[in-house]
Design a protein around this ligand. Structure first.
Ligand code: SAM
Ligand code: SF4
Ligand code: SF4
Length: 337
């Protein structure tokens, strides 16, 4: 994975430290639309939604000035459905290196032209969802032809050499046997890979949880193989400790200690704040501090272990020592394992 420049890294870490002390979020996820091009089996989004209340690009500036995150995720729904996405990214970046900006997308609408436009606007990392290393992806996402499109566009854009594409693979009971094959696909396509974990919180269904002993054995076998595939680069973006925590999350049916609403939060498409994408208590921007008092301080939910949590549950020292490096792709050869 491409390393962030020394100066940019220091700026990100500097702002992260200030935010930590000031009780401001480290990561903000902007869900810029609720509409989607897919109907994924593990997700509560899917299909067209009412877009009339969506924030307009220039309105994102106010959120950036108030929240000052050091990492931004631009997500949805499917963010690439917005024709003004590059403009939104420009408003978020404001021409600066910070925040480190990650576009989380299913890439059904990705073209070379839009990739280059979004890079120029300030996207630092393209996170591409992939659930299966073959056409089963189409069935899971209810989007015929999506895998074929990805198998052409991902390696082609990877060959441009920017090293900013990361496959994002959410581990479920449906694909737990494909963990190592997903890593093989990332290698074949010349991109990086990040695993995340299914949460029943989104749909209320436990169908895709890993609960049976043979599912947990498949998880461990797959992740053991992935540990053996690491090399001197950090193309497997999750650290070993994060993947070990993912194993515990599935084995124990949850992970306590979530800091949603304080260390990270979601800005909905209409501009209201939520602690995370799966908790629907809403707060206006001006009441952000109430969210930490009223939600985070009493939160007992441990029902997901999505990447954003895995980075931000840690203590400040751990975050600086391990997870900042991991999140911002600063992990050098000496830290890769
Ligand atoms: C909600 S989607 C939004 C961005 C875009 N539509 C996409 O699929 O990448 C962001 C990520 O959440 C993941 N996701 C969806 N449902 C989930 C669930 N129940 N548990 C964990 N991750 C989930 C998706 O696989 C995707 O990688
Ligand atoms: S995971 Fe992403 S692509 Fe799938 S339905 Fe949810 S928002 Fe849409
Ligand atoms: S564990 Fe935290 S981030 Fe996950 S669903 Fe619960 S409150 Fe949200």
């Amino acid at each position: 994975m491409r390393k962030t420049s020394f100066i940019a890294s220091n700026r990100i870490i500097g702002r992260g430290s200030l935010n930590w002390i000031a009780g401001r979020p480290i990561v903000v996820s902007f869900e810029v639309t609720d509409s989607c091009t897919c109907y994924c089996r593990h997700c509560d989004h899917g299909g067209p939604k009412d877009e009339s209340a969506n924030l307009r690009p220039h309105e994102y500036r106010r959120y950036m000035e108030a929240l000052r995150p050091c990492v931004v995720q631009v997500s949805g729904g499917e963010p690439m459905m917005r024709d003004d996405l590059a403009e939104i990214v420009r408003e978020i970046k404001g021409g600066a290196q910070v925040p480190y900006t990650i576009l989380v997308s299913n890439w059904s609408l990705m073209t070379e032209e839009r990739y280059l436009e979004l890079r120029a606007a300030g996207v630092d990392q393209f996170s591409v969802s992939l659930d299966f290393p073959d056409e089963r992806h189409d069935d899971f996402r209810v989007h015929p032809g999506l895998y074929k499109h990805l198998s052409e566009i991902v390696p082609r854009l990877a060959r441009l050499g920017h090293d900013d594409i990361v496959l994002n693979s959410c581990i479920t009971s449906a694909n737990v046997g494909e963990i190592a094959a997903m890593a093989g696909k990332a290698r074949e396509w010349g991109v990086n890979l990040c695993y995340s974990a299914y949460s029943p919180k989104r749909t209320g269904s436990r169908e895709y949880c890993l609960e049976r002993p043979e599912q947990l054995r498949a998880l461990n076998a797959g992740l053991d193989m992935v540990e053996g595939m690491r090399d001197e680069t950090n193309w497997i973006v999750n650290s070993r400790s994060t993947l070990d925590a993912t194993r515990r999350y599935f084995a124990e049916g949850g992970t306590p200690g979530c800091k949603a609403g304080l260390r990270f939060l979601v800005v909905r498409s209409d501009g209201m704040l939520q602690p995370c994408s799966m908790q629907f208590q809403q707060f206006p921007l001006e009441a952000r501090e109430c969210m930490a008092r009223e939600f985070t301080a009493h939160n007992t939910c441990g029902e997901c272990y999505v990447s954003i949590r895995s980075y931000l549950d840690k203590s400040f020292t751990q975050l600086l020592g391990e997870n900042v490096a991991e999140f911002f792709s600063l992990q050098g050869r000496e830290k890769a394992y």
